[in-house]
Design a binder for this molecule. Structure first.
Ligand code: BGP
Length: 469
């Protein structure tokens, strides 16, 4: 077999998000976010986010371990409510310093910080005042963006705007972000939230270009290549509809600065056009991305749906089930499942890379990919996660093939660098190369242990992806 080749300077690394990893909810002057649930107001049997992996109190040890792993990059998110506790008021110096110290520590080990500005954790005070349905939240986001750009402008090269905006819009309930301000037209609300997020993103991009002269900025949606369930023409039409709502509308606006016409027509036909101001479209046109970051877990297989309900329904979780007015996501029997029932499709990653590359032609960065599973700490302090190694071997091989096809891929930051709390399935669904010794409700000693995949990935990075065995 041909040798796998990755470009020189490829950004091997890993990923986390503030609300799933930091904990320290009542420390350092942090305000509450919509995600700061505890076990009494979150799902039964699943831990809340008040402690997570206690990274807030272990950040130095964590960075040291990531450096030992050989990370060239590390993607983390800034908690908006640590910087501006009520979302829109005074800046909290302690919050600013927390991330400044983290970035400096990463740089000490030559790890490139890749910073997500917003990962599902809207300040609670803003949600109470209207959330993303309100344009005030757009203004507040711009203020937050300017604050962090001014603080970190000389330290950060890669900024990501909004994590998985498509999941926020389509599946808010399963990721703890249910919209609490319905106006009665669910479809319009959904796309109003989307428009406000796109506007917030464009304003942040414009501010970034003004303030951070040497930085690059891009969106970070979750993109799945889409297969029609059969060669029936209507299944292909359903695929196109799904693609539009699940993948492309976010990137068409974020990269090209324009809404796809088919999408706008559809909202008109449904009497669900979102409200916008005259200048909005100009802002969207101006605030476009330098590169595309995206998260990939699996592909989607789509079937035409006979009964038109004109209603988007949400099922189970962010990967297994989405029903639109003309389409339905169905199980692809050609693909195996993870222990948590997510389909595994490594070739789908190559297909996704090709699809995005052909559509937009910008450099790409994978900012999430990984497998959630049960891991056990043995008495010897080891964790045998061969299944994770197998998953990564297959996906990294497909990345190399996509690069060989001509795709410009600049980095890979799988989810997650270190164990953390899942969006809605607790700490038992583990993703990291590093094990955190805690259970769902027993916090134990929080000690970090290197999993088998740690040593494997260390060698992958050392050989720049040439040795995956
Ligand atoms: C993405 C999110 C992450 C993350 C991951 C795994 O949708 O960006 O925050 O958690 O999926 O999902 P889960 O935690 O539900 O297993």
């Amino acid at each position: 077999m041909k040798k796998l080749k990755f470009p020189k300077g490829f950004l091997w690394g890993g990923s986390t998000s503030a609300y799933q990893f930091e904990g320290g909810v009542n420390q350092g002057g942090k305000g509450l976010s919509v995600q700061d649930k505890n076990k009494d107001n979150w799902m039964p049997g699943v831990t809340g986010f008040e402690v997570c992996s206690d990274h807030y109190n272990n950040w130095k040890t964590d960075v040291k371990m990531l450096a030992e792993l050989g990370f060239k990059s590390y993607r983390f998110s800034i908690a908006w409510s640590r910087i501006i506790p009520d979302g829109d008021g005074n800046i909290n110096k302690e919050g600013i310093n927390f991330y400044k110290n983290l970035i400096l520590e990463l740089k000490k080990y030559n790890i490139e910080p890749v910073v997500t500005m917003y990962h599902f954790d809207l300040p609670l005070a803003l949600e109470k005042k209207g959330g993303w349905l309100s344009r005030n939240t757009v203004d507040a986001f711009e203020k937050f963006a300017r604050a962090i750009f001014n603080e970190y402008k000389d330290l950060v090269k890669y900024w990501l705007t909004i994590n998985e905006q498509n999941i926020v819009v389509l599946m808010s309930d399963v990721i703890g972000m249910a919209n609490t301000h319905s106006t009665g037209n669910k479809i319009k609300d959904k796309w109003q939230i989307n428009h406000n997020l796109l506007l917030a993103q464009a304003k942040a991009v414009i501010a970034c270009k003004e303030i951070c002269k040497n930085a690059l900025i891009g969106p970070a949606p979750n993109i799945s290549v889409t297969y029609p369930n059969s060669n029936k023409p209507l299944d292909f039409l359903a695929k196109l509809d799904f693609d539009m709502e699940r993948n492309w509308v976010y990137l068409d606006v974020g990269v090209k600065g324009v809404y796809p016409n088919v999408f706008l027509r559809k909202l008109e036909k449904l009497n669900s056009m979102f409200d916008y101001e005259k200048n909005d479209m100009k802002i969207l046109k101006k605030g476009t991305a330098d590169f595309i970051a995206f998260n990939y877990y699996n592909s989607a297989t789509i079937k035409y749906k006979q009964a038109h309900t004109n209603n988007l329904e949400i099922k189970k979780d962010q990967q297994s089930g989405l029903v639109g007015d003309t389409y339905e996501k169905v199980r692809n029997k050609n693909l195996p499942l993870t222990e948590f029932n997510w389909e595994i499709d490594p070739e789908g990653l190559r297909n996704t890379l090709r699809d995005i590359h052909e559509r937009y032609g910008l450099p790409l960065m994978i900012t999430e990919n990984g497998i959630g599973g049960y891991d056990t700490l043995t008495e010897q302090g080891t964790i045998n996660d061969d299944y994770r190694i197998k998953y990564y071997q297959a996906h990294i091989t497909q990345m190399a093939l996509a690069i060989d096809d001509g795709v410009e891929l600049i980095g890979y930051m799988p989810w997650s660098a270190i164990d953390l709390v899942s969006t809605h399935e607790g700490v038992k669904k583990r993703y990291g190369f590093i094990f955190v010794n805690r259970d769902e409700f027993d916090l134990k000693d929080m000690k970090r242990y290197k999993k088998k995949s740690f040593f494997w990935y260390q060698n992958v990075i050392k050989t720049n992806g040439e040795n995956l065995s």
